[in-house]
Design a protein around this ligand. Structure first.
Ligand code: SF4
Length: 750
């Protein structure tokens, strides 16, 4: 029995209206008619809002915000409009094998045996480096942990990757190189205490709406709170800024160094802090002095940065001043910083500003990367679901880490392959070259989301390549290339954990049964592994709760320790932040500070202890300016950038199924600066051709003041207008994250 359309829309509209006026969604007792409300987490962005799923007659009919999670009952429209997605007609409900070119329903036994047979054949003929797993920041923590274990421990294959490589790898690289450990030290609570927000490369209002709401509330609560938004586009986020700084795309490194220059020039730095808790290091990883750092920064006076970036020197000084003089500064960033060929360096330079001024480890003072996906942090980063990682921050290249994991997994010494596997772009290149021949994917849509996607679609289309996808929706672009499709239980149809941007793990409880023959991915992976010949002892799990318990034990000896988050406790509470070493521990708000972080003994002699580094000191890096991989030139004079819009999630396979969201943004478009449009005689709605060195496509124009002149923007949700045919797959040499945010493009009226 489903809720009526009218009833649903009424409830959704009420939720939205309440959100807009700033009151949490509250249940009027007895008025909702639900059989029960089941606790979970939103399926979409890295904000990780807690939800309550209203179940009636065995169906999920309504979603509202969990008042006990960090979102205090608020949701954006995407989160509130989940039910139509669950019941979409495009759900895959039976296993499918491509026969005579057509995906054809088969039994589970046939699909699993066929897939396992293909993998076994490749393993036998070409060895473990010829197979691969490609996962997702939307899979459950237990699913990614298990898949990574199956491949790394069971098949001796380190080709384990996932789409977080495309969105968060540079943030990981930034945290690890600066602090020695991944993940932010702060939390969302810092938003409520910050007096200055430095938002760079993040359109928070559209990509993390509930966090944006919290930032806006903070601003409303105190007129002295300042917001700086550094973005070449004047987004909705920029519209509440006290200072919006538009700059030439790709010059952010120069701007950040110039801010550091000014902070030191004006003696706004905090020598007590950086003298005691920081090392200075050059790009050769040599320790240098504070004076060397000053000499390095002499190349980045605000005037020199102005010449590169187009940002007036006075504006750079003002930003630096606000950053350093506020009582508590919080930096927030996302893909604009990470999706760059020097994304790790850009991350380092943001951390530098906090370490230089000592604005770190105090309420409201923290660098804080925003995560794109709901479980990129908890699932892929923490469990080691990338080709160079092992669980809980351990590295494949470190012999002691491999030995530790071999012991924990009960493997013979030397089982884990010592060579890191292929990162995402390299993996799809290897697929195109016929070096990787069998690929298992879980909950991701790379035929839409990879940059320079024509090239990678051709790789997936190779006749000698076997592709098996575990995917809920038959209209995902990647299914065009699948040999086998396995139907998973989706979202609240199974139980498991998501970990959001602030190290918070929250449980999604099972609310309803999956449709048809769909099954939890944990069970699919266990069955497949056994048929592939993986030692059954390695995958002796009946459900995700058992995987969670093993993952807790594996993380326990590390600073990720969340031993205290038992399944029983997670069922009762609405999210807990790690470290959380025992069941009585409330979770950790601020890392690296004595008295706050349980990894630091209470009698430790130093207040701040960056225990990821051998001497407990974080690093201020001397990172030079480096432009984009493909700068505009006479042939391709504009910069193309891509991103999200508020009502769509990633490749649109879910949100395009919700009529309200589809109506809001029915198709992709190109956003142009009014000045550029005028020069080219382009009006709103005109057809405009975009042409890069990879491909060309036509979009309808939206002329506005959002883009700066010389920049065009296209959202990437639309499968019918696949902008990734035009983007570039150059990547950061450190993080291997591609530079989606910048490529050169020619623009013309059709
Ligand atoms: S802000 Fe993100 S996590 Fe929260 S409801 Fe919206 S999409 Fe979901």
């Amino acid at each position: 029995m489903a809720v009526s359309r009218r009833e649903f829309l009424k409830a959704s509209a009420a939720a939205t209206a309440l959100m807009a006026i700033g009151a949490p969604v509250v249940k009027a007792a007895g008025s909702d008619g639900m059989d029960r409300w089941v606790k979970g987490v939103c399926r979409f962005c890295g904000t990780g809002c807690g939800v309550l799923v209203g179940v009636r007659g065995g169906k999920a009919v309504m979603v509202k915000g969990d008042p006990n999670n960090h979102n205090a009952g608020f949701l954006c429209l995407k989160g509130a409009l989940m039910p139509p997605i669950i019941y979409a007609k495009e759900r895959v409900t039976k296993p499918l094998i491509r026969k005579n070119g057509k995906l054809t329903p088969v039994s589970w036994d046939e699909a699993l045996d066929y897939t396992a047979g293909k993998f076994k054949a490749v393993l036998k003929s070409d060895g473990p480096n010829a197979v691969a797993f490609y996962g997702s920041g939307q899979a459950l923590t237990e699913e990614t942990y298990l898949a990574s274990k199956i491949f790394k421990a069971g098949l001796r294959c380190n080709n384990v990757e996932g789409n977080p490589r495309l969105c968060m790898a540079s943030a990981v690289g930034g945290y690890v190189t600066t602090f020695g450990k991944d993940e932010p030290m702060g939390s969302y609570e810092d938003i409520d205490a910050a007096t200055c927000f430095f938002i760079i490369g993040s359109n928070t209002s559209e990509c993390h709406p509930i966090l944006f709401k919290r930032i806006a509330s903070r601003k409303q609560s105190d007129k002295n709170v300042k917001i700086i938004v550094v973005d070449p586009r004047k987004t909705n986020t920029a519209r509440i800024a006290d200072l919006h700084v538009s700059f030439k795309p790709g010059t952010d490194l120069a701007i950040l160094n110039a801010m550091a220059y000014h902070i030191i020039q004006e003696e706004l730095d905090n020598p007590r802090f950086h003298g005691r808790y920081v090392n200075f290091m050059n790009n050769k990883k040599e320790k240098v002095s504070f004076e060397d750092y000053q000499k390095f920064l002499a190349d980045y006076t605000p005037e020199k940065a102005e010449a590169l970036s187009g940002v007036p020197a006075a504006t750079i000084r003002k930003m630096a001043q606000w950053f350093a003089e506020s009582s508590a500064t919080m930096s927030l960033w996302c893909m604009g910083i990470n999706q760059r060929i020097r994304g790790v360096w850009a991350n380092n330079l943001i951390h530098n500003l906090h370490l230089l001024t000592g604005k770190i480890g105090k309420p409201g003072s923290t660098p804080f990367s925003l995560t794109g996906q709901p479980n990129a942090c908890g699932g892929v980063r923490d469990t080691g679901g990338l080709s160079h990682l092992l669980p809980a921050g351990r590295l494949i290249k470190k012999a002691e880490h491999r030995a530790e994991m071999e012991k924990l997994w009960g493997l013979a010494p030397g089982t884990i392959n010592p060579k890191p596997g292929l990162h995402t772009v390299a993996l799809y290149n290897a697929l195109g070259q016929g070096k990787v021949k069998a690929l298992l994917m879980l909950c991701t849509n790379p035929a839409h989301s990879l940059p320079n996607v024509n090239k990678h679609q051709a790789a997936l289309a190779r006749k000698d390549t076997f592709v098996c996808v575990i995917e809920a929706f038959r209209d995902a672009e990647t299914l065009k290339f699948a040999d086998v499709v396995l139907p998973p239980a989706f979202w609240c149809e199974r139980e498991g954990v998501y970990g959001c941007s602030e190290r918070r793990y929250s449980l999604i409880s099972k609310a309803i049964d999956p449709p048809g023959q769909a099954r939890p991915s944990v069970n699919i992976l266990v069955d497949l592994a056994k048929r592939m010949g993986v030692d059954p002892k390695l995958v002796n799990f009946k459900n995700s709760a058992e995987v969670w318990d093993e993952w807790r034990a594996v993380a326990r000896p590390t600073p990720y320790n969340f031993w205290g988050m038992t399944r029983e406790r997670m069922r009762k509470e609405s999210g807990i932040r790690w470290p959380c070493p025992d069941e009585k521990h409330p979770g950790t708000n601020i890392r690296y500070v004595r008295g706050e972080d349980p990894n630091i003994p209470k009698d430790h002699p130093r207040k701040y202890h960056f225990y990821g580094k051998p001497d407990g000191r974080a690093v201020i890096w001397l990172r030079p300016y480096k432009g984009a991989a493909e700068e505009p030139d006479a042939q391709y004079p504009f910069v193309l950038t891509t991103g999200r819009v508020i009502d769509h999630w990633h490749t649109g396979t879910m949100t395009m199924k919700v009529p309200e969201l589809r109506k809001s943004f029915p198709k992709a478009y190109v956003e142009l600066a009014a000045a550029d449009a005028k020069k080219m005689g382009i009006n709103n709605g005109d057809n405009v051709k975009l042409e890069t060195r990879r491909d060309k496509m036509v979009f309808q124009a939206r002329v506005s003041d959002v883009c700066r002149p010389g920049l065009v923007f296209v959202p990437f949700f639309d499968v019918h207008l696949l902008i990734n045919k035009l983007t570039l797959d150059a990547f950061d040499p450190g993080s291997k994250q591609p530079e989606y945010k910048i490529c050169a493009v020619r623009v013309s009226k059709v």
